[in-house]
Design a protein around this ligand. Structure first.
Ligand code: HEM
Length: 507
C-alpha cells in the first residue's frame, strides 16, 4: 500500500519538487516567528515521502534528532509531532482546548456524514452533545456493569473453543480468535446481536478500519482529490453505502417492530438511539438543539465500531505475545491468579480488582504497544505559541505515544524491555493523568471507552492465562517470536499469533 502511494508521489511530484527545493530558503523562522525544528520539507509533498510503512517509528527517530516538539509538513498540512511527556502535557492538558478538534478527512466525509459521529467530529457543541449521549447510554460505569453477562458468556465460549483445540491437539490462531470474540461481544453491546449471523458485516468493518487508518493523499494534497489516484474515495463510497444500508435496514426493523427481540438484561446502544429518533439530542440545552436523525445514529455507530473492535483485540493480542516471549512473567501472573482464584474455577469479574500483577502486565504491554501509536490526530483551532514555538491554527497534531513509551529518560535504559515489575510501587497510571503513559489519550478527546476496553482486556487475558498453559508452536523459542507491527488505525501484529494450549484447571 505504502509503496504504490510512494510510486504515485515519485512519478508525479518529485522531479518538480526537487527543483524548487534547491532554491528555497532554509530556516525555522518565518514572519519573525520561531517554528518547531524538523526535517526540511519538499515543496508540495512536504515530508510525506519520508513516512515509510511504520510512520510512528520514522517519527520517533526524527524526534530524537529534532526534539520533542517537531514540525513536519504532510503535503499542504502543517503538522506538529509531540514526543515527550512534558510536551504531551502542554498539548493535551495545559492547552487542551486549542487542540481538541479533529481534522477534516475524506474518510470522515463518507463514513460519518462529515463528522456526525463522535471520534472524528470537530470540537464544538455537536461533539459535546454526542459524547454526553454516548457516555450516558453506553459507556457509563453502570452501563458497563450491566454488560457483564455478555462478557461472561463470550469468554466462556472462548474458553470452550480453546478446550476443543486442546482435545484435538490443534494450534490456536489467537489473533483470529480474539478478533472474533471482541467483534461478537461489541456487536451484542452495540446492536443487541451478532451481526455476522445476518449481514455481511465484518468485511465492511475491516475495510472501514483500513480506510480510516491509511495515509490518503486526498487529505494532504487536496488538488489530487478529484483524481482519486489511490482509489480510496471509490472504496469509501462503497463501504459507507454498505454500512449505512445495514443500519437503515435495522432502523426500519426497529420502527416496524419486526426487530428480533431477545430477552436481555441490558439495552443495546443502537436500540436506545432508535428509540430516541427525531427527539432532541440535548433536551436541556436551550442554545443549540440537535435532533437525533438517522444520519447521526449511523455515524455514531460507525465511530463506535471503528473505535472499539480492533483496539481492544489488538491490545490483548500484544499482551499475550509478550507473555509468550517472557515465560517467567506468564508464570508470575499464573501464580497471582492461583493465589486469588485457585485452580478449581474460572476467573470472575469480581476477582479483577485484586489482580495487581495483571494490571502491571497490562500497563507494560500498552506502554510498548499502544494500539493508537499517534493517538487520533488532533487539529488546532487557533494560533498559539508553546515553549517559544509558534503553531498556526489548523495544524495537525500527532502525539507519538509509541515514542514516549520508549523514552530512555522516562523509562531508564531498559525502556525497550518488557518488564512489568517497573510499575511495582509506582504511582504511574494509564488513565490520562500521567503523561509518560497515555495509551488512551488524555483531556477532552481522551478515550471514553477506556473502562469498557480495560475491563474486557483484563477479563480475557486473565481467563486465557488462568485456564491454559501456552507454548509457541513447532518448538519456536520465546525470543524467536516475530513482533513486527503493521500500521493502521490500530497497530496490530503483522503476523498472526499462534500458540499451543494445555488446560490447567483442576476438575
Ligand atoms: C484497549 C482498548 C482501547 C484503547 C487502547 C483505546 C484508545 C483510544 C485512543 C488513544 C483514543 C484517542 C484519544 C485522544 O485523541 O486523546 C481513543 C478515542 C476514542 N475511543 Fe478508545 N480505546 C479503546 C477502547 C475503546 C472502546 C471499547 C470504545 C467504545 C466502545 C472506545 C471509544 C472511543 C471513542 C468514541 C473515541 C473518540 C473520543 C473523542 O474523539 O471524543 N474506545 N481511544
Amino acid at each position: 500500500m505504502y509503496y504504490s502511494t510512494l510510486a504515485i508521489l515519485l512519478v508525479l511530484l518529485v522531479p518538480l519538487c526537487s527543483f524548487i527545493y534547491f532554491f528555497r530558503p532554509r530556516n525555522h523562522h518565518k514572519n519573525g516567528r520561531k517554528h518547531p525544528p524538523g526535517p526540511a520539507p519538499l515543496p508540495i509533498i512536504g515530508n510525506l515521502h519520508m513516512l515509510g510503512n511504520l510512520p510512528h517509528q520514522t517519527l520517533h527517530h526524527l524526534g530524537k534528532k529534532y526534539g520533542p516538539i517537531m514540525s513536519i509538513k504532510l503535503g499542504y498540512v502543517p503538522t506538529i509531532v509531540v514526543s515527550s511527556p512534558e510536551a504531551a502535557e502542554q498539548f493535551l492538558k495545559v492547552h487542551d482546548l486549542v487542540f481538541a478538534s479533529r481534522p477534516n478527512l475524506q474518510s470522515t466525509e463518507y463514513l460519518t456524514y462529515s463528522g456526525k459521529g463522535l471520534a472524528f467530529a470537530h470540537y464544538g457543541s455537536y461533539w459535546r452533545t454526542a459524547r454526553k449521549l454516548s457516555t450516558l447510554h453506553f459507556l457509563s460505569a453502570s452501563k458497563i456493569e450491566c454488560f457483564a453477562p455478555v462478557r461472561k458468556e463470550e469468554v466462556v465460549s472462548l474458553v470452550e473453543s480453546v478446550r476443543k483445540a486442546v482435545t484435538a491437539g490443534e494450534t490456536v490462531d489467537l489473533s483470529r480468535k480474539l478478533g472474533k470474540v471482541i467483534e461478537v461481544m461489541m456487536c451484542k453491546l452495540l446492536f443487541g446481536q451478532s451481526m455476522d449471523d445476518k449481514f455481511q458485516f465484518k468485511p465492511l468493518v475491516d475495510e472501514t478500519m483500513l480506510l480510516a487508518g491509511v495515509f490518503n493523499l486526498s487529505d494532504y494534497l487536496p488538488f489530487l482529490a478529484p483524481l482519486d489516484l489511490q482509489g480510496y474515495r471509490r472504496r469509501l463510497k462503497r463501504t459507507s453505502n454498505g454500512l449505512h444500508a445495514i443500519f437503515d435496514k435495522m432502523v426500519d426493523e426497529h420502527q416496524q417492530g419486526t426487530y428480533a427481540k431477545e430477552q436481555k438484561p441490558y439495552t443495546d446502544f443502537f436500540h436506545v438511539l432508535v428509540s430516541l429518533l427525531d427527539t432532541p439530542m440535548n433536551p436541556n440545552d436551550e442554545e443549540q438543539q440537535y435532533i437525533i436523525g438517522r444520519e447521526n445514529i449511523k455515524a455514531i455507530m460507525v465511530d463506535m465500531v471503528a473505535a472499539s473492535f480492533d483496539t481492544t483485540a489488538t491490545a490483548i493480542e500484544w499482551t499475550l505475545a509478550e507473555l509468550l516471549r517472557h515465560p517467567s512473567v506468564m508464570v508470575a501472573l499464573q501464580q497471582e491468579l492461583e493465589r486469588i482464584v485457585g485452580r478449581h474455577r474460572m476467573v470472575e469479574e469480581s476477582d479483577l480488582p485484586k489482580l495487581a500483577y495483571l494490571d502491571m502486565v497490562i500497563k507494560e504491554s500498552l506502554r510498548l504497544h499502544p494500539v493508537a501509536p499517534l493517538l487520533i490526530p488532533r487539529e488546532s483551532t487557533e494560533d498559539i505559541t508553546i515553549d517559544g514555538y509558534f503553531i498556526p491554527k489548523k495544524s495537525r497534531i500527532l502525539v507519538n505515544v509509541w515514542s514516549i513509551g520508549r523514552d530512555h529518560k522516562v523509562w531508564s535504559n531498559n525502556a525497550e524491555e518488557f518488564f512489568p515489575e517497573r510499575f511495582k510501587d509506582s504511582n504511574i497510571d494509564l488513565r490520562g493523568h500521567d503523561f509518560q503513559l497515555i495509551p488512551f489519550g488524555s483531556g477532552r478527546r481522551g478515550c471514553p471507552g477506556m473502562q469498557l476496553g480495560l475491563t474486557t482486556m483484563r477479563l480475557i487475558i486473565a481467563q486465557l492465562v488462568h485456564c491454559f498453559d501456552w507454548e509457541l508452536p513447532d518448538g519456536m523459542l520465546p525470543n524467536e517470536l516475530d513482533m513486527t507491527e503493521k500500521f493502521g488505525l490500530s497497530l496490530p501484529r503483522a503476523n498472526h499469533l499462534l500458540a499451543n494450549p494445555t488446560y490447567r484447571l483442576v476438575g
